[in-house]
Ligand binder design. Structure first.
Ligand SMILES: [Zn+2]
Length: 144
C-alpha cells in the first residue's frame, strides 16, 4: 500500500447537473487521463461513486502530490456564470464528511486539506485557486 499523506477535498468545477459518466468522459477524452481525477465523486443527492481503489493514484492535486493523496470531490463548485461558489447540497456535505472520516480512520497520519491549501497551487496559480470553494481545514478541524 502506498503511503497516504493527504486526504484532499475538491469540487468538479462543472455544472452541478453533470453526471459522473460525463465527468469521466471529459477526463478521458479532453484531458487524456488514464486514471480518474478523484477516488470518490459525490453526486448532488449525496450518492457516493467510488471511481478508484485507495491503492491507485488519481489525478486530483497535481504538482507531484498525487502519489500520496486520496481525492474526494463533490459535483459542483461553480455558478451559472462559471464563478467559483460553494454550492454543496446538505447531502453532499454529509457524504463528504463521511468519506473523509472513513479515510482518516484508515490513514490516521494523513492530513485533511482542500486542493487550494497546497503550497504549489498558490505558487503556480499566482493567486489562491478556489477548489473546493470552502475551507476544508476549518470544516474538518474536528476530524483532523
Ligand atoms: Zn481540485
Amino acid at each position: 500500500m502506498r503511503e497516504i499523506k493527504w486526504i484532499v477535498a475538491h469540487c468538479t468545477a462543472s455544472s452541478p447537473n453533470a453526471t459522473p459518466e460525463k465527468i469521466q468522459n471529459y477526463w478521458k477524452e479532453h484531458l487524456g487521463w488514464k486514471n480518474p481525477g478523484y477516488h470518490v465523486l459525490i453526486g448532488r443527492n449525496g450518492e457516493i461513486h467510488r471511481l478508484l481503489p485507495d491503492d491507485k493514484i488519481s489525478n486530483g492535486v497535481g504538482g507531484g502530490y498525487n502519489t500520496n493523496s486520496l481525492n474526494v470531490s463533490y459535483i459542483g463548485g461553480i455558478d451559472a456564470n462559471g464563478k467559483a461558489v460553494d454550492n454543496r447540497t446538505d447531502a453532499q456535505k454529509t457524504s463528504l464528511e463521511l468519506v473523509i472520516t472513513e479515510w482518516k480512520k484508515l490513514y490516521p497520519n494523513a492530513e485533511i486539506l482542500g486542493h487550494r491549501d497546497f503550497w504549489y497551487v498558490y505558487k503556480y496559480k499566482g493567486a489562491r485557486k478556489a477548489c473546493p470553494c470552502y475551507s476544508a481545514i476549518e470544516e474538518y478541524a474536528h476530524i483532523n
